[in-house]
Ligand binder design. Structure first.
Ligand code: ZN
Length: 398
């Protein structure tokens, strides 16, 4: 390989390449100071007196067939008069606090967004902890801080991030899907910490907050954003109704005769799936099941009717449809639906305001899936700062 060619992709400003050695097990690129410039302060480019000299080796991107490449270069530690402190020289390409070039760290970080950290560690022959460290540094540098100006819509949710009741509170920009805030816990304090960061003007600009009906956040939103409309997001409402259906299915299962039980068992998906998602065989099975058990059939009809509320384009129509639904739910005699009807009647505006604000459940649903995938991939997250960085980066860059 020609030394001049390497200078094109890795200019090593202030250094010259004194030797390149490529063997099957790996490669080594040796640098020396360029005599014309000598050692310079990495922060201000001022010439540096040689107080202490040494040599460092760091990892660089692997060669095409995957073997490791090391970069070695001389170091000088000296007092920079301009910066007024002791500094150590290193080429621009090298991260001053890591045993690696920045391009290698970026490569590791890019792989960590698609593979597990253990897989990336094996690939680059470094430890899991090093993968995490590099990834965190790169994500921190590459992700701009959140901007709270002009915020109009917020989505607030909670998410389990590892086994044993570890929850985080998540706040998204309801228009862009950007992650604005993540904090351990799911109490109202977790959202208050976010509201405290906003200026009065920023808070006043928020028009609507999409929220889970059963969460602890409602009181905090009422107190901090008195002028904002609260909307129960569709994703959670549908989940609430599905839970009510499942409660009915389980109780019917327990009561059923041996013969009927075999028919009912393991049919959770069949009952909860959206009708249009079932194939011909699924439809046949579902029809048979609903025919055999009238109670489940009632729950099923209520579930399908509830979804229709979201097809209305005028809030008045949606409110009327919800009212009708609550009457049916009350008349059904099913306790789990009567409970829902009571709450929906009480907060009917919060159920139906989605029409006015055009809040869809897509963003929160998509984000929930993203968190689940990441948590699953990493077998749960202990380092919540790292999880937040990854999620924020994803939500900004997608
Ligand atoms: Zn300096």
């Amino acid at each position: 390989m020609n030394v001049g060619n390497i200078k094109v992709v890795a200019p090593f400003k202030g250094y010259v390449i004194s030797g390149i050695k490529f063997e099957e097990i790996g490669g080594q690129i040796n640098l020396e100071f360029d005599r014309r410039s000598g050692p310079r302060c990495p922060h201000c480019q001022q010439w540096l007196p040689r107080n202490k000299a040494g040599r460092r080796a760091v990892m660089d991107c692997p060669m095409t067939h995957g073997s490791i490449v090391y970069l070695t270069f001389p170091t000088v530690q000296g007092l920079c008069k301009t910066c007024d402190r002791y500094v150590t020289t290193c080429p621009e390409e090298v991260h001053p606090n890591c045993q690696a070039t920045r391009r290698l760290m970026k490569m590791v970080s890019a792989w960590a967004s698609v593979a597990t950290n253990s897989q990336v560690a094996a690939m680059f022959e470094i430890s899991d902890a090093t993968v995490r460290r590099y990834d965190k540094i790169v994500l921190k540098e590459d992700t701009p801080p959140p901007c709270f100006d002009g915020l109009k819509k917020l989505l607030i949710d909670e998410k389990s991030v590892r086994k044993g009741h570890c929850y985080v509170t998540i706040i998204l920009n309801g228009e862009t899907g950007e992650l604005l805030h993540m904090q351990e816990g799911r109490k109202k304090e977790s959202v208050e910490a976010f509201f405290e960061q906003l200026t009065e003007e920023q808070r006043a600009g928020i028009e609507v907050v999409g929220i889970d009906r059963s969460g602890a956040y409602q009181a905090a939103v009422e107190a901090w954003l008195p002028n904002a409309d609260m909307v129960y997001d569709r994703f959670h409402l549908v989940m609430n109704v599905n839970q009510a259906v499942d409660e009915v299915r389980r109780s019917q299962c327990a009561k059923a005769s041996k013969e009927d039980r075999t028919l009912l068992k393991g049919q959770r998906y069949l009952i909860l799936a959206n009708q249009e998602k079932l194939d011909a065989d699924g439809h046949k099975k579902l029809d048979r099941l609903l025919e055999v058990n009238k109670t489940i059939s009632t729950a099923y009809i209520l579930k399908e009717q509830f979804r229709e509320i979201f097809s209305y384009k005028a809030i008045g129509w949606a409110m009327r449809a919800l009212e009708t639904w609550c009457e049916l739910a009350n008349a059904s005699g099913l306790a789990s639906f009567q409970r829902l009807a009571k709450s929906f009647t009480q907060h009917s505006k919060r159920v139906c305001r989605f029409v006015k604000h055009g809040l869809t459940s897509g963003l929160i649903e998509g984000f929930n899936n993203l968190v689940s995938r990441m948590v699953h991939k990493a077998c749960g997250f202990r380092d919540l700062d790292y999880l937040e960085l990854k999620l924020r980066h994803h939500s900004v860059m997608r």
